[in-house]
Write a protein that binds this ligand. Sequence first.
Ligand SMILES: *Cc1c(COP(=O)(O)O)cnc(C)c1O
Length: 233
Amino acid sequence: MIAENIQNIGENLKKAAIQAGRNPDDVKLIAVSKTFGADAVTAAMQAGIMDFGENYVQELTEKREALLQSGIRWHFIGHLQSNKVKYIADWVHLIHSVDSEGLAAEIDKRAARTGRTIEVLAEVNTSAEATKYGVKPEQALDLLKRIVRFPNIRLNGLMTIGPFTDDAGASRTAFRTLRELFQEANRQGIGSAPLEVLSMGMTHDYTAAIAEGSTMVRIGTAIFGSRTTQSHT
Ligand SMILES: *Cc1c(COP(=O)(O)O)cnc(C)c1O
């Protein structure tokens, strides 16, 4: 089941990239395994996935413990509280959801302690939905400039959660906002190197995201099935 789903998604991602005139190798699949156990993660690994996304620190640390020898790259994609950074700082591969200077400061501090440079993305709320985290688009460039001042963080791009809608046009508008901010940041030369990552697109809107330039899609439901339990924090 999971292997078949991954195969199908892979084909769909490739088709969407080609349709957008892009190289399919430039779109990376992050499997979002929240609420699913180590067995499901292992099945996805056997189908070739090494990048997994999780939203909750405790769930992530438990899953990682259960899969310590796996070599998985763990992505943190949920809202991150500053007081939880210490639990993931030693090993997290990429934090997609930095939405304040205070959180960046804490990541920088923990990174310095573990002797790492932690790679992050800034989360932007592109749909003006009040329930969402992320900095407003108008404030995004200012936040980026603040994040790049921290020596133990490497800012490598932007992330957004698209609107909760099946309207592909509305999805594209939100993703276009993120892509334009990304281009503007690179035009201004914010940071020591050009930003590379646009993390956008989930099960219901990844085609629109790829059409607007996504380089990382975060897909859960289409790989693991629908979530029947709540993730815990
Ligand atoms: C749950 C989640 C996803 C995956 O959503 P699906 O609709 O299951 O593909 C992607 N990104 C974030 C931030 C999430 O919380």
